[in-house]
Design a protein around this ligand. Structure first.
Ligand code: TRP
Length: 451
């Protein structure tokens, strides 16, 4: 195992894992989910899910990955002594590849919008901008090529390996992302009439909550933390022995939540300022925001031009550090389990994800008849993975660590062999044994209409 890659520094570990967590889930999915599910009330449930279920789930995946020092499937296999827990690893690899497929479609849109804003093509009145999105996304070829282009970009980073590729890209991209986001938040909150958007985001209105909100918030929380696909397990296999698992999980969750809320503060005040409804769904950042940039900065169009380039650049960076992490799960698996060279196993993942991307992209564009269960294949993949496969994967990880592996292994990993946090361990054990499985189970049953 000595030739396995690993992260070179503590900062590298946190930034790479945070880079995985921070992505379109924060800047694209979180705002539109919040918009559709009632604003601040949704955010409160979301934060509760992160703290009570997300953190223990993250630590569980970390424990499995760091202890086994192997890819997802092998990690579960190693710790379970021949029992079929390996399937949890397979489930993770499957889930992350599906996510990579539909995620690349949106990432491809971002890349296209980045170039379009540089070329000044998304300038025009509101009607023009929404027609622009529809005509671009329903073009038979263009969105496919952008999605495939994004997958290739991801592929190029992945073949460079863990330290030179993943860690270096994250260290470089994450700080830029944060600075860009802060500039945009300030610009957005200073717009006239921004107050209403801020209120929507920060003042809970519980009458807007519906029964499906719990599952949506849970799915969003796990999606945003990259939890439930053994992604964190794979990254943890590159952690060093002295990384403290709980504090790292806490830092990453905090950063992730902060960036999601900042993204809300970037989008809703600006949308309110120009009278755009917060619940306009997945196209929020593509149809409404170009309008926002222009109307908000109409006095000095050059500022609107620069701001929109910055915004889409930010999205592309955020998406890239996330697609890298989804890709790595499969790549590590094929490299180690099938004994393929890293380069070749990366191709396996890229090709499979490309097929999914093409189908997803067509289903929301040129071929709307591509449907599964009354929704586009793209929405189907999104909902199936976020609302069902991720919570199921996280629940299994908790049950595995809580009930199955020797308690001493869990304790040693959690406390770094007794050097810290020994008093927190019982609380963690309680969470993974009872709290997480029960809560996730109840939310599932509720969604199925059983309770
Ligand atoms: N967390 C990322 C985001 O918010 C998406 C992501 C990256 C992910 N890797 C994952 C989601 C693994 C689930 C599983 O955009």
């Amino acid at each position: 195992m000595s030739e396995r890659g690993n992260f070179g520094s503590r900062l590298g570990i946190v930034l790479a894992t945070a880079g995985s967590a921070v992505g379109l889930g924060n800047v694209w999915r979180f705002p539109y989910m919040t918009g559709q599910n009632g604003g601040a009330a949704f955010i409160l449930i979301y934060i509760a899910c992160i703290l009570l279920l997300g953190l223990p789930g993250m630590v569980s995946e970390f424990i499995v990955g760091r202890h086994a020092q192997a890819n997802a499937a092998a990690a579960y296999d190693k710790l379970s002594g021949g029992r079929p827990w390996k399937l949890v690893g397979y489930l993770g690899i499957l889930t992350s590849t599906i996510i990579l497929g539909f995620y690349a479609v949106v990432a491809g849109w971002c890349l296209q919008y980045l170039f379009a804003s540089i070329a000044g093509q998304v300038m025009g009145d509101a009607d023009y901008v929404s027609r622009y999105f529809v005509s671009f996304s329903s073009h038979p070829l263009k969105p496919l090529l952008w999605a495939l282009g994004f997958l290739l970009l991801t592929h190029l980073v992945i073949v460079r390996g863990v330290r030179k590729g993943i860690e270096r890209a994250s260290k470089f991209l994450m700080p830029i992302l944060f600075v860009l986001l802060m500039i945009l938040v300030v610009a957005s909150c200073l717009l006239p009439g921004a107050g209403e958007g801020i209120r929507f985001l920060l003042m809970p209105d519980f009458t807007k909550l519906s029964s499906g909100v719990m599952l949506e918030a849970l799915g969003q929380a796990f999606f945003s933390l990259s939890l439930g696909t053994a992604c964190l397990c794979t990254y943890a296999s590159y952690f060093s022995r002295d990384t403290r698992l709980l504090p790292s999980a806490g830092q990453i969750a905090l950063l992730d939540t902060l960036i999601a809320i900042l993204s809300g503060l970037m989008i809703f005040p600006a949308a309110a300022s120009v009278g755009i409804s917060p619940d306009s769904g997945p196209s929020l950042i593509f149809i409404t925001l170009p309008n926002v940039f222009q109307q908000a900065f109409s006095a000095v169009p050059a500022v609107g031009y620069v701001v929109s380039i910055m915004f889409y650049a930010l999205l592309v960076f955020a998406a890239l550090t996330s697609t890298i992490s989804m890709h790595e799960i499969g790549t590590a698996f094929f490299t180690e389990e099938w004994n393929l060279p890293r380069r070749r196993s990366a191709w396996v993942v890229t090709v499979v994800a490309s097929v999914i991307s093409v189908v997803c992209s067509l289903s929301v564009g040129a071929l709307p008849s591509l449907q599964l269960m009354d929704r586009s294949v793209m929405d189907f993949c999104d909902q199936l993975t976020a609302n069902f496969m991720l919570p199921a994967g996280a629940m299994l990880a908790c049950l595995f660590v809580g009930w199955y592996i020797p308690k001493q292994v869990a304790r040693d990993e959690f406390t770094n062999f007794g050097t810290f946090g020994t008093r927190l361990f019982p609380a963690y054990l309680f969470a993974v044994r009872f709290l997480c499985p029960l809560c996730i189970g109840l939310i599932f049953l509720h969604q199925l209409g059983v309770i």
